[in-house]
Design a protein around this ligand. Structure first.
Ligand code: COI
Length: 354
């Protein structure tokens, strides 16, 4: 399929790269493609960024049938533009789409669409350290219908935003509140997908944690409220007695791409890593025994975010004296180094746009 291109005749002024937050500004263009039952995906186009006409009855507004992804484009020191593991994102989007009865996308075509859009808006990729162009592909149900069933019409869109750090702390450790009242997901639900409902379900706990002075919540499993699952917008890792432990993918947590990259790097370095069930009690016991060496979150938006403090049922513990640990720092330096082209990409994770 040929992508039709309509250039924006009124490009915006680019922001100051030193003052970028996360997800507030959008580039000059966006990608749009339609789906209709019986016709499939059609009319891929890159058009000026702007509003989309939607009837108030469109299904996504009522039943939340939608999925999304998040990935980034980077400007390398030698002037190239590259993406980090875009095929993994679009494959994961199809996993989410299957769960939500949304038609699959052709992964190669979707990555081509991302590359084309990034190429057109490449001047929006900020060059300052720690900045990048965040890419948000998303699909949503746009059938004007109020019955509950899979939509017969969808939009696949891609928008992009120049970003700095996701958390105001940047690479400084964050304080995390262990959530005991609310749960995010259960096995058999949608916890493994990237769908808006998972994030809607998380907002209440996040608001309460913010009020208590914490950046994010650490979710426990939805049944026993005993086992660690994930942190807000990230997967989570704990280094206990020399072994890095992260919750196994058992259906209720997201299969993070930074999580997968972290596991592959640890294995490559010969650092023991385990994907298994991990109770919050084990984390606290390890701390009491002086064995809890590091904790950190991983995610596309946040990259690596060290955890400096946990609060579980009023018991506050400090991890590595509230400082970033050596393994967290090495993973951060290596992943960002590969992304910005200063560390050799031995895994073949990067995809050149130009
Ligand atoms: C990402 O890390 O890309 C995410 O999707 C998190 C987002 C909800 C901010």
């Amino acid at each position: 399929m040929e992508i039709r291109i309509e250039k924006n005749q009124q490009p915006k002024v680019k922001p100051d790269p030193s003052s970028l937050g996360f997800g507030q500004l959008f580039t000059d263009h966006m990608f749009v493609m339609d789906y209709e039952e019986g016709k499939g995906w059609f009319d891929p186009r890159i058009v000026p960024y702007g509003s989309v006409p939607l009837e108030p009855s469109v299904m996504v507004l009522h039943y939340g049938q939608a999925t999304f992804e998040g990935l980034k484009a980077y400007k390398t020191a030698d002037g190239h533009v590259q993406l980090f593991r875009p095929y993994s994102n679009m494959e994961r989007m199809n996993v989410s789409n299957d769960r939500l009865c949304i038609p699959r996308l052709d992964v190669d075509f979707a990555v081509e669409a991302i590359k084309k859009l990034v190429e057109i808006d490449q001047d929006w990729i900020p060059a300052a350290e720690g900045t990048s162009l965040y890419i948000r592909p998303f699909v949503f149900a746009c059938d004007p219908y109020l019955g509950v069933r899979p939509s017969h019409k969808y939009y696949f869109m891609i928008i992009m935003s120049p970003v700095g750090a996701y958390y105001p702390e940047g690479i400084d450790p964050v304080k995390i509140y262990v959530e005991e009242e609310y749960v995010r997901a259960v096995k058999g639900g949608m916890g493994f997908t990237k769908t808006p409902g998972n994030y809607a379900a998380s907002i209440k706990a996040q608001v309460v944690a913010h009020e208590k002075g914490y950046t994010q919540v650490l979710w426990l499993d939805g049944v026993e409220k005993k086992y660690v699952e994930e942190v807000g917008t990230m997967n989570v890792f704990f280094k206990i007695g020399g072994v890095v432990v992260t919750p196994a993918l058992e259906g209720s947590i997201l299969a993070g791409i930074t999580r997968d990259s972290t596991i592959k790097l640890l294995k490559h370095w010969g650092i023991p890593v385990e994907e298994r069930r991990l109770s919050i009690q084990e984390v606290y016991d390890a701390h009491a025994q002086g064995k809890l060496e590091e904790a950190f979150g991983t995610g596309t938006a946040a990259v690596i975010s060290p955890i400096g403090e946990l609060n579980f049922a009023g018991r506050v513990i400090s991890i590595n004296d509230g400082k970033i640990g050596p393994v967290s720092a090495k993973i951060y330096d290596t992943i960002t180094g590969i992304q910005y082209g200063t560390v050799e990409d031995i895994f073949g994770w990067t995809v050149k746009v130009k």
